[in-house]
Design a protein around this ligand. Structure first.
Ligand SMILES: CC(C)(COP(=O)(O)OP(=O)(O)OC[C@H]1O[C@@H](n2cnc3c(N)ncnc32)[C@H](O)[C@@H]1OP(=O)(O)O)[C@@H](O)C(=O)NCCC(=O)NCCS
Length: 178
């Protein structure tokens, strides 16, 4: 599946055209225009059974009451096209990865690994000392990506996930000290 992605020109890329940059800066301010939320929703919809609408992303990063957000998004572009994201929720000196995805046509090429590694460097610069996440035990690609980045499994939540078809699966809880 090819996801129509937004052209993001203000993210610096390396010689291979790959770039990773925060959508929200360390003060919780959102850097890019509204179209980005539509693109995030498209990549999310192509990656997960449960969809998040563009307005959900917008409310997360530009809260309607004008508050600063505690969410941080790291975006990945290839040749100026948005191909992936990681979303962290910052809680004082800890953070939780609440979502991560690479557009389906770009998976299995090492981009998830690069995005996660670079995102962790960026979140570390915000004085985050520990990052947590949960992942479906059946999601081998994600588990490999997190373990490759030295996340360690710390616990398991039995039957935590339930698919639309009603099938239950365990959640693995991972953590990484920065
Ligand atoms: C999880 C995800 C972000 C990984 O991104 P990616 O760009 O495909 O990952 P990479 O190519 O960097 O691969 C990272 C590791 O995972 C492994 N991997 C990737 N896809 C795999 C697959 N389908 N099956 C088994 N291993 C896989 C790679 O081999 C690599 O491990 P290795 O170097 O030890 O061999 C991507 O698959 C995705 O968006 N999935 C759908 C959304 C999702 O599940 N998000 C995570 C929710 S917790």
């Amino acid at each position: 599946m090819v996801v129509t992605a937004k052209i993001v020109k203000n993210i610096k890329s390396n010689t291979k055209g790959l770039g990773v940059a925060p959508l929200t800066d360390r003060n919780g301010l959102c850097q890019l225009d509204d179209e980005i939320f539509i693109s995030l929703a498209k990549i999310h919809a192509s990656s997960f059974e449960k969809q998040w609408p563009a307005i959900g992303f917008k409310n997360m990063f530009r809260p309607p009451d004008g508050r600063k957000t505690h969410y941080r998004a790291m975006l990945m572009v290839k040749k100026n096209l948005l191909i992936g994201f990681v979303i962290f929720l910052k809680m004082v000196d800890e953070a939780e990865i609440i979502s991560m995805a690479i557009a389906p046509n770009c998976r299995g090429k090492g981009f998830g690994h690069i995005l996660l590694t670079k995102s962790i460097e960026l979140i570390k610069a915000e004085a985050i000392k520990k990052v947590f996440l949960e992942v479906n035990i059946q999601n081998i690609a994600a588990i490999k990506t997190y373990e490759q980045a030295n996340f360690e499994q710390i616990s398991i939540r039995k039957g935590y996930y339930k698919s639309k078809a009603g099938v239950k699966a365990d959640a693995l809880i991972y953590a990484k000290s920065l």
